[in-house]
Design a binder for this molecule. Sequence first.
Ligand SMILES: Nc1ncnc2c1ncn2[C@@H]1O[C@H](COP(=O)(O)OP(=O)(O)O)[C@@H](O)[C@H]1O
Ligand SMILES: [Mg+2]
Length: 124
Amino acid sequence: MDRGNHAIKGISLQQIKKVYHDNVVVESVDLELAEGQFLCLLGPSGSGKTTLLRMIAGLVKPDGGRMLLNGEDIVSVPANKRNFGMVFQQYALFPHMTVWDNVAYGLKARGEKARSSRRRSKST
Ligand SMILES: Nc1ncnc2c1ncn2[C@@H]1O[C@H](COP(=O)(O)OP(=O)(O)O)[C@@H](O)[C@H]1O
Ligand SMILES: [Mg+2]
């Protein structure tokens, strides 16, 4: 998969499912997201928001369904090859840095130029 230009043109989730110890925590999630779209997942604590994001990032493997990025199935693509950024809630943040710096950190670690990472963090 060539993700060299970082372009995300579309994400498609089809019937995505996750089960932990017989407990279905994400069930039949269908979602289409086009380039430039901004999506908020809202739901009570424990409803599966983080699990869904972790599956998209490749940190958790779905137990069912399909996940396409730009039309290619990414379910078997490892997290480090997906080129997704994820800013975690609370524990994995740097408390001495601003929200903006925390968002920019992943881009900086990846070697993006300062100006470009500032611009991209701002648009996040
Ligand atoms: N690694 C795990 N092992 C077992 N259960 C988990 C695990 N991660 C999450 N869960 C359970 O899955 C459900 C959804 O959790 P989560 O995705 O963190 O919800 P949210 O982010 O919406 O608060 C919760 O019941 C949670 O306890
Ligand atoms: Mg959560």
